[in-house]
Structures are given as C-alpha cells and as structure tokens.
Design a protein around this ligand. Structure first.
Ligand SMILES: [Zn+2]
Length: 284
C-alpha cells in the first residue's frame, strides 16, 4: 500500500531532479510511464529530469524526455553521461555519440552532463579508469558550458582532489552542477556549495538511522537545495519496499521543510526555483 501526500502549492509545482524513468524496475512492477506521470501530477510534480548512466541510457533518457514531455502536464528533461559504474565503457566513440546527442540539446531536452563521478563502494569499474573518465567528462561539461550531475560514494577524498584542482585552474563554471544524493559530510557539502554546487536530497533524508543527511541539509543554504527521488530506487519513508516514483518526492520536501523550519509549500517553491536556476531552464 502506497501513501501519497498531495501537494497543493503554487503553480510552479515540484521539480523531481533525478528519476530514471526508463529503468526496467518500473515495468517489472507493472508501472508504466503514463502511470508514473499521472501519479506524479497528482502529487504536484510539474517537472522531472531523467538522468543517464551510460550511452544506452543516455539515448533512453533523451527518447523518454522527447516522447513523454507534456504528458499529464509534466515537463521532462534529460541528461547524458557515463556513470562511474560504467566508466569501463567509456571510449572516443562513446564520447562522440554523446556529443552528437548534445549537438541538438534543445530538441533532446538535455540540461546536464551526468551522472558522472566516483563510486568506490561498488567498484564496478577500476578506480583509475573511474578517475580518468570523471575528469574527462568534467572538462567536457566545462567546454560545453553545462552543469553536471555528480554521483560520489565512498570516494570523497579523490573526488574532492579532482574538483579542487579544476576549480583552482579555472576549469569550472560558476554553476557547476549538483551533488546528487549527497552523502558527503556537512563540511564537504559546504565546500561544494562554495565551489558552486547545489545539493540534492532524496529518500535517505527520511531514513530514521541516517543522521548525516539531515545534518548536511541543515548546513547548506536553502537556495542551494534541490529535491529528487532517484526512482525507482531509494524509496522514502513511509513507502519503503515499494518501487520509488517521482510522486513520492513530497516526502523528501516535507523533511527538508522540517529541517529548515519552513512550510512544505515554501520548500517546494524554493527547491523548484533552485532547480530551474541550476539547469538554466527558462520556460515557466
Ligand atoms: Zn541516479
């Protein structure tokens, strides 16, 4: 049984900045894009960004954003990039294919490069390859003047070394991107914000045994917070066990609002404004 809180704030609604709508888990659970978007719309979500993790899902993210944009009144956006898990798949040819998608970023509704980063928890790709592919995509994003979606797990030291070097060398734009599902310490998150990052919160902020994420939320400025689901994964309390979907993002908003001492409607308005600024989306 899923609970849904219905958000009724202003017309800008809520922006789920991270939902893998093409993931097979949705279909396996009998939930199809039309259902996901209808549920999301009922929960007050008006925009969703679909992130990629390899060449195949970059194409899928673009295809879904183009195909379903506007369904149930929801605007869809995409990102393209190679996740640290998939770093071994990186090649000149993959880069060229991503650049081809990016050449028509308006039609393809692409507003970021990602997910990119380092993941030493799973180590699905060798660490040296992860670092090289991460740095190459960071530089690619800088050259293309686009924000990134950062995925970092158990690799804060190496990730910060690369980011600090690029920052110091002037190879980082002011609006650098988002630290998605941020698991860094409050100190590191604060340093990321100083570099120009936004901080993304999702299901884990609602987990009872998680003390770090609420502390990060407390430490970072409200105007740098965005909300996300990372659906179909990381389902927030009280729906843990169900497949996550964008319609559950209000539970994350509720927690952010509680930590920041603002109303859910304010949290919705502010995080949506932040996401539009982060992804440089002009349509309202
Ligand atoms: Zn993700």
């Amino acid at each position: 049984m899923r609970e849904i809180i219905r958000y009724s704030g202003d017309a800008a609604g809520v922006f789920d900045t991270h939902a893998h709508l093409y993931d097979r888990k949705f279909e396996e659970a009998g939930v199809f894009p039309a259902d996901v978007l209808r549920n999301a719309s009922e929960a007050g979500i008006t925009r969703i960004l679909i992130p990629a993790d390899n060449l195949e899902t970059s194409r899928l993210a673009v295809a879904y954003a183009r195909e379903y944009d506007g369904m149930s009144g929801i605007s869809l956006y995409s990102s393209v990039g190679v996740h640290p898990h998939e770093a071994s798949s990186w090649s000149k040819e993959v880069r060229k294919e991503l650049e081809d998608l990016l050449a028509d970023k308006k039609t393809n509704r692409i507003c970021a490069i990602g997910e990119i980063g380092l993941d030493y928890y799973y180590d699905h790709s060798p660490r040296d390859i992860q670092r090289r592919v991460y740095e190459e995509q960071l530089l690619m994003a800088y050259e293309l003047d686009m924000p990134i979606i950062l995925h970092e797990r158990e690799a804060t030291g190496d990730s910060m070394d690369i980011l600090r070097r690029l920052y110091k060398n002037g190879n980082m734009r002011g609006n650098v991107g988002v630290c998605h599902c941020c698991s860094a310490s409050p100190e590191i998150a604060t340093e990321l914000v100083k570099m120009g990052f936004y901080i993304g919160f999702d299901g884990p902020i609602t987990f009872k045994n998680n003390k770090n994420t609420p502390a990060v939320c407390e430490a970072v400025p409200t105007d740098r917070i965005v909300v996300e689901t990372d659906s179909p994964y990381l389902t927030p309390v009280p729906n843990r066990g169900a497949v996550n979907e964008p319609g559950f993002v209000p539970y994350v908003l509720e927690k952010v609002a509680q930590i920041k001492g603002i109303t859910v409607a304010e949290a919705a308005r502010i995080t949506t404004e932040n996401a539009l600024r982060l992804y440089e989306i002009e349509e309202r």
